[in-house]
Each structure stands twice: as C-alpha cells, then as structure tokens.
Design a binder for this molecule. Structure first.
Ligand SMILES: C[S@@+](CC[C@H](N)C(=O)[O-])C[C@H]1O[C@@H](n2cnc3c(N)ncnc32)[C@H](O)[C@@H]1O
Ligand SMILES: [Zn+2]
Length: 277
C-alpha cells in the first residue's frame, strides 16, 4: 500500500515527538535523523504522540458522520470555508486541531484548491474517516495537551471547531501573520434538546477563550453563525450521541423537531514579526 500523498507532501512540516527533528518518509513509516520511527497505519493515519488520550469513540464518531452526511451542519462548514479562503492559497497549509471526521476541513480544502490539510485528533476512529474525507488531508494522531507534532511557524491557518485548545502551541506552529479560526457554541446551540441531555451542557464561555488564546494571539473578529436543523427522531438521537452529553442520555423520548445551531466563529491572528527585537 502506498504512503498517502499528503503525508509525503507534508512530512517535512511535521516533527518527531521524541527529539523534535523534522520527519521524512521511509518505506511505510515517517522517520527522523535519529531513526525514531512512526508507522503509517493501514487506514492512512500516523501516530505522533507519546501517550494520546483516547478521544471520541467509534459510536460517537459514527453519529457525528451521520449528522454531517445529512447536511445538518452545512451552514457552519460553508462559513468556515468562506472565512478560510482569505488565508489560503495554493501551497498553503491548514491544520484542523481536534478535526474529528475531517468534515469541515474537507469543506475548507474544496474551497481552497492546492492547499494541504492536516487533521489532528486523538481519536483513531475519527481519523480513519478524516484520512478519506479529501485527497489532500494527512491524518495525524496527536494530543492537543502534548506539544503539537509540527515545526515552528509552518501552519498558515489553524481550525479549532468544538475542540480543546492549547493557545501556546497554536501560536508556535502558526506562521507569522497566520490565522486561527475558532468555533465555540453559544448557549442557544441545540438548546431545544436540553431535556434529552442528562447533564446541562456548559456553554463555552468567551472569557475562557480569551484566557487560553488571547494571551498568545490577537483577537481580530467574532461573527455569529446561526441556522436551523430539521431533525427526524433518528437525527435527534444521533445529535445527542455525537456529543459528550450522549454518555448521559436523559430519559425523554426523541421526536422529530426543529433545532437551533448557533456558534461564534472567532478569528485570531499571529503577530507578523516574531521576537519583537
Ligand atoms: C466535539 S468533537 C469536534 C470534532 C470536529 N472538530 C467537528 O467539529 O466535527 C471534539 C474532537 O476533539 C477530539 N479530542 C478530544 N481531546 C483531544 C485531545 N486532547 N487532543 C486532540 N484531539 C482531542 C475528539 O476526539 C473529537 O474528535
Ligand atoms: Zn526523533
């Protein structure tokens, strides 16, 4: 089996999780000069983390993929693709952190031909889908809470959509002037389904985002993306299952209903010049 083309194209941008040296393709592996070796899995992803947390399990990933396939998050993918177009041109690099199935990243790449995408996640079931979501996606098992397995300043656009954020590492891997697009839910998001969540979903607080990212990157803009989803009873079950709250499914019966999608799309910029000296 061949090494996926985007991994061949992007290997030198990656870094060895043990010694931080650049990687290159050797047979079915990525290797550094010290011969630390990372095998490329049959499904196309490569693990570049010391001890990655498990991430989303296979049923959560399947539910997420079904909801995306039904088009229920299409307005969000479109908004991301539009916002990304400004930062991406031929040869540019986009890193989706906590990429899940790679659905949004694939939408971004379709709108920006010639760009190279990395899907980073701890979930192997998610990355199996991400590796197939678009021909220019390289799928990397990595943990947001370890150092990201990328060289300094090689990423033109970082995406973080409903996923954990490590501001210092995002700032390190972004190129000077690079952009981070961060999506967080507002309190309205899926509010109609709150009775089916056994736990109250803590809406992401913009202040928390400011603490984690604002210290490292300049906040440039916030836009609100709001849409409605016409969900069948089965869709409702999938939407509950794809979120962490799915593990605490409440007692209520799922019924076909109209549900609100509502997120903040925040744009952050890396300083143009490093070091300030
Ligand atoms: C709510 S899902 C969002 C996935 C994708 N961005 C989307 O919008 O469809 C959160 C993702 O973050 C991943 N994740 C959780 N903890 C992580 C970590 N420490 N490092 C990398 N990914 C992580 C999960 O496996 C999951 O795929
Ligand atoms: Zn090494």
């Amino acid at each position: 089996m061949d090494v996926p083309a985007p991994l061949v194209r992007g290997a030198a941008l990656l870094r060895c999780p043990v010694c931080s040296a650049p990687l290159r393709v050797h047979e079915r592996s990525l290797v550094c000069d010290q011969r630390h070796t990372y095998d490329i899995a049959r499904h196309g992803h490569v693990t570049l983390a010391r001890a990655p947390a498990p991430g989303d399990d296979a049923p959560m990933v399947a539910a997420r993929a079904a909801v995306f396939d039904a088009g229920h998050y299409a307005p969000l993918t479109t908004a991301l693709a539009r916002a990304a177009e400004e930062s991406l041109s031929d040869g540019r690099v986009v890193l989706d952190i906590g990429a899940g199935t790679g659905h949004h990243l694939a939408g971004v790449l379709r709108a920006s031909p010639g760009a190279l995408g990395f899907a980073l996640d701890t979930s192997r079931p998610a990355l199996r889908l991400a590796a197939r979501a678009h021909p220019e996606i390289a799928a990397v098992v990595g943990d947001v809470w370890e150092a990201l397995p990328f060289q300094d300043g090689v990423v033109d656009l970082a995406l973080v959509v409903f996923a954990p954020r490590n501001g210092a590492e995002i700032a390190r891997v972004l190129a000077p002037g690079g952009t981070a697009l961060v999506v967080i839910p507002t309190p309205e998001h899926l509010a109609e389904l709150a009775h089916l969540h056994g736990v109250q979903v803590d809406p992401e607080k913009p202040e928390r985002l400011e603490r984690t990212l604002g210290a490292h990157l300049a906040h440039e803009a916030t836009t609100r993306v709001r849409w409605t989803m016409e969900l069948s009873a089965d869709d409702v079950e999938q939407v509950i299952r794809m979120s962490p709250a799915g593990a605490h499914r409440g007692e209520g019966e799922a019924r076909a209903t109209t549900v609100t999608g509502s997120v903040e799309l925040r744009t952050y910029r890396s300083p143009d010049v490093r070091g300030g000296g």
